[in-house]
Structures are given as structure tokens and as C-alpha cells.
Design a protein around this ligand. Structure first.
Ligand code: HEC
Length: 154
């Protein structure tokens, strides 16, 4: 299964400027920190990407003044959108914390395209992650309590 092999390979290859490929997408997803939150078990295993769980989101919540959010299943986004749609979504993205949506402004368009190709190569979209829970509601899943000193909005 070539797709799975790719997922398990840590790329350290040099890519040409503007190159769009699945391999570059994997590299971008690692450097961009997407697995940190969107792949269950990634930080606990110090950076091993479980191909069954890669970018499928997490059921561990992030709780703060915004409620409790869950890293979403990115395979589902990629599955229902064209590459253009996906790139457009990343360019306009704005979410609740702790998703670092503002960091995506620094990402090259070709890297967004590579990311889309990599996510699409991962296989079945699978189930959605839990939806955001209102601040007054107690989550039923495990969660991380975040206490930011100040939230500019939300
Ligand atoms: C610190 C944890 C964290 C990191 C790092 C992170 N995300 Fe997220 N992401 C989240 C959370 C939590 C949400 C849900 C936010 C919400 O509910 O408003 C989210 C939401 C999203 C969404 C919105 C999906 C939708 O259907 O609306 C996209 C797209 C996304 N992330 C892509 C990425 C990409 C690409 C990267 C890497 C460049 C990344 N994320 C890195 C935590 C993270």
C-alpha cells in the first residue's frame, strides 16, 4: 500500500520552489504542526503518524472562554471540496482557539495545494470530530483546560 508507506516516511528531501506533491504536503503538515492537534496520538508518540488516524481530528477537547473545541477531521474537508475550494478555505480561515489560523497566512499557495493532495492520499474520510461545545456546557470527553490571560474576541 503505497499511500500508507508514504505516511510513515519522514521526508527530508529538498523540494523545488512551488512544487506540488503528496510528499511535500506531508512535509508541510509536519512543519506546519497540523498533526500536533489534528492527529490523535501524534504528540504522545513523539511524532509518529498513525496512518489510520492521520489528520482525522481528535476527541480531546480544548476548553476555554470560547467553549470546548475539537481539532476537526481534515480528511472530510478535503473529500468534499475541490483543490481550489480547499485552498480558498485555508486562505480565509478563522476559527476559535487554539487553532493557529493566522499562521496559515504565511503558507505558500503551492504548499496549500500539496497539503490538499497529501490529505486526499490518506484514504477514507472517516467520522467527524465532536462539534464545539458551548462555554456553559460540561464536555463529556476528556479535555485540556486553557486559561488565556486575555481573549481579544469571541
Ligand atoms: C493547537 C492545535 C491545532 C493546530 C496546531 C492546528 N489546528 Fe487546525 N484546528 C484546531 C481546532 C481545535 C480546530 C477547531 C476550531 C473551531 O472549532 O473553531 C481546528 C480547525 C481547523 C480547520 C477548520 C475545519 C473546518 O471544517 O471548519 C482547518 C481547515 C484546520 N484546522 C487546518 C489546520 C492545518 C492545515 C493545520 C496545520 C498547518 C492546523 N489546522 C493546525 C486545532 C489545531
Amino acid at each position: 500500500m503505497e499511500g500508507r508507506m508514504r505516511v510513515l516516511t519522514m521526508p527530508n528531501a529538498a523540494f523545488a520552489q512551488g512544487e506540488v506533491s503528496v510528499e511535500r504536503g506531508l512535509q508541510v503538515s509536519i512543519i506546519g504542526g497540523c498533526h500536533d492537534c489534528h492527529t490523535e496520538g501524534y504528540s504522545e508518540t513523539e511524532g509518529k503518524i498513525d496512518p489510520e488516524k492521520a489528520l482525522m481530528g481528535s476527541s480531546v477537547g480544548w476548553r476555554g472562554p470560547w467553549g470546548t473545541t475539537y481539532a476537526t477531521n481534515l480528511r472530510r474537508d478535503a473529500a468534499v471540496m475541490s483543490e481550489r475550494g480547499f485552498v480558498g478555505m485555508l486562505k480565509r480561515i478563522r476559527t476559535f482557539p487554539p487553532m493557529p489560523w493566522y499562521n496559515l497566512r504565511a503558507m505558500e499557495e503551492s504548499d496549500m495545494q500539496s497539503l490538499n493532495q497529501y490529505i486526499r492520499s490518506l484514504g477514507k474520510p472517516g467520522k467527524p470530530a465532536p462539534s464545539r461545545i458551548h462555554p456553559d456546557k460540561e464536555p463529556t470527553t476528556p479535555y485540556v483546560q486553557l486559561v488565556p490571560p486575555q481573549m481579544p474576541n469571541n
